[in-house]
Write a protein that binds this ligand. Structure first.
Ligand code: GLN
Length: 191
């Protein structure tokens, strides 16, 4: 097998510890990112779930926003889950803010409502059947450009997508024992 990938996990807010634990379970090196110097030498980056407004503000305050934006533009493999998907989206239907605006998708924040908004379901993700998907005040994708491949749908709504080296999921793969979505991202990062 090839050398272990070093995967940065944005660690300013949200579910970063769970992503780091999942990365270690698949044999990757996880590095928590709280400042620009920690970005040096990473092979890929995960933007975890949490609260996209808070994450966007903290990244700007910590000097992370510009360098990450540039690294994504230069082709760094990136995986945004839930709030991370919102950070990647070019358009957010119900928010004035934009963050990296790198991926040609339109998302709806808190798409399932704010109260009864968390649920678990199972479905197909890319080539994998019966993947457990944990949704927590999740967004979903309402539109996608021609270069975007929709990888998962649930209840008729697109909930995961890929565009080049960018991957986005509305659900939280790090909160299940099923590591196939993470493995999909790592094989994308190795390619
Ligand atoms: N509702 C959050 C947001 O809009 C995302 C929720 C999550 O990441 N679990 O940023």
């Amino acid at each position: 097998m090839s050398r272990a990938l070093t995967v940065g996990v944005l660690a300013v807010q949200g579910a970063f510890a769970e992503h780091c634990a999942a990365l270690r379970r698949v044999g990757a090196k996880a590095r928590e990112i709280r400042g620009p110097r920690e970005l040096d030498g990473i092979d890929a980056l995960i933007l975890p779930g949490g609260e996209s407004t808070a994450q966007g503000r903290l990244m700007r305050e910590l000097g992370l926003f510009e360098p990450i934006s540039k690294m994504i533009a230069d082709g760094l493999p990136v995986f945004g889950t839930c709030a991370g998907m919102i950070l990647l989206a070019k358009n957010i239907e119900n928010d004035e803010r934009r963050h990296f605006a790198a991926m040609d998708i339109t998302v709806r924040r808190n798409g399932y409502g704010r109260q009864l908004a968390s649920f678990v379901t199972r479905g197909r993700f890319a080539q994998y059947e019966d993947v457990e998907m944990v949704f927590i005040r999740a967004p979903y994708i309402t539109a996608a450009g021609p270069k975007v491949e929709i990888l998962a749908e649930t209840g008729g709504r697109a909930v995961a997508a890929r565009e080049g080296r960018m991957l986005a999921a509305a659900f939280h793969p790090e909160m299940t024992r099923d590591l196939r979505v993470l493995e999909y991202f790592l094989s994308m990062a190795r390619a």
